[in-house]
Write a protein that binds this ligand. Structure first.
Ligand SMILES: [Zn+2]
Length: 361
């Protein structure tokens, strides 16, 4: 993404809720809506959670990573001097299955004997991925990354990291309450509409409240960073970028521009529609640069410069960048704009001029 344009677009958003609350504290940003922050031991060092007044308790949306620091922060929030002191958590809603969102869900639901509410694909996919914690890296995964052009060293680091997903998640409850796209959920005095988006995760729930003009967006819309949109070894032909762009259009249709968006990272903001438009433009520009690069045959690892401004120099970034590159390559392949040829286990992509001409006639 072009950083100058990005900076200009980010400046055009408004941040009406001020500075974030400190860890262990909460800030009321609308009647009965609390903003909570949890720490994360990464370069992205926080996640936002939301507590919604629900009768004589609180419904929470997202929960934080399962770490000692998050457990401490929850204890402070719920403790004698904390903002949620003496009150019940009535239910846990989770936007999607990533560990920073679902990590503490099992811990909270067991402590308060309450239910976990989430979409079916997110719940089931999470159970599947948590099952990987005790497994060796599968041959399908090794083949997937070799095909993308990874070296033997890169593959070794994939093997070493495989299964880490479940390590930051408390065991999930064995049953859950399914939420579905378009459903209206009554929480306290308000109705929250479920708006499902795809591409960052399989069935990501956003929660939109027309009364309060708020939308809890999880990772589906973030103001200052772009969410990861990746292909993973479990479904090598997936088209998450197609789903992501379609979701931007869907959210623009279903949620008005005047909401305050409550994102999982950065700060609450106004400017939903321009932000979605800007994110879409960023991907379309990336695809354009990718098309140019595919004049010659390239592997997934050869196209990073078309999509990322920064150097891809560690194993974690390598993994994210490969998934994102595959998302853009699959997008072109599935629309007949690129062709892939596998030679000696390595996939080579090239612009498909014939397909492109046929499509534009
Ligand atoms: Zn996520």
């Amino acid at each position: 993404m072009n950083t100058t344009e990005n900076a200009a677009a980010i400046r055009s958003l408004e941040y009406p809720c001020g500075d974030p609350p400190s860890v262990g504290d909460a800030r009321e940003i609308a009647p009965g809506v609390l903003w909570i922050r949890m720490p994360m031991p990464f370069r992205l060092d926080h996640i936002n959670l939301w507590a919604l007044r629900d009768g004589n308790g609180w419904a929470v949306v997202d929960t934080g990573l399962s770490t000692v620091d998050t457990a401490k922060a929850w204890s402070t929030l719920l403790g004698a001097a904390g903002p949620l002191r003496g009150e019940r958590i009535t239910r846990v809603l989770v936007t999607h299955m990533h560990p920073d969102h679902i990590g503490m869900a099992g811990w909270i639901t067991r402590r308060f004997d309450c239910r976990l509410w989430m979409t079916r694909l997110e719940y089931l996919q999470c159970r599947v991925l948590m099952g990987d914690t005790v497994r060796e890296a599968p041959e399908d995964g090794v083949r997937f990354y070799r095909k993308a052009g990874w070296s033997d060293d890169d593959i070794e680091s994939y093997r070493a990291r495989f299964g880490s997903f479940g390590k930051m998640i408390h065991p999930l409850p064995d049953s859950y309450r399914r939420v579905q796209d378009g459903e209206h959920i009554a929480i306290g005095d308000h109705q929250w509409q479920v708006v499902v988006g795809r591409g960052h995760s399989p069935e990501h729930a956003c929660f939109y409240c027309p009364d309060l003009a708020l939308m809890i967006s999880g990772d589906q819309v973030l103001p200052r960073i772009s969410s990861n949109v990746s292909v993973f070894p479990i479904e090598p032909e997936a088209d998450p970028l197609g789903e992501w762009l379609a979701s931007h259009a869907k959210i623009t249709r279903e949620v008005p521009d005047d909401v305050i968006v409550l994102p999982a990272h950065n700060e609450p903001f106004r400017g939903l529609h321009p932000r979605l438009e800007h994110l879409t433009d960023g991907h379309l520009r990336g695809l354009e640069r990718l098309r140019e690069r595919l004049a010659e045959p390239r592997r997934a690892v050869d196209v990073f410069p078309a999509l990322f401004a920064r150097p891809i120099n560690d194993a974690q970034l390598m993994s994210l960048a490969t998934g994102e590159s595959m998302a853009h390559l699959n997008y072109l392949v599935q629309r007949g704009e690129a062709r892939v040829e596998v030679r000696d286990g390595i996939a080579w992509y090239r612009r498909d001029e014939s397909g492109h001409e046929a499509a534009s006639q």
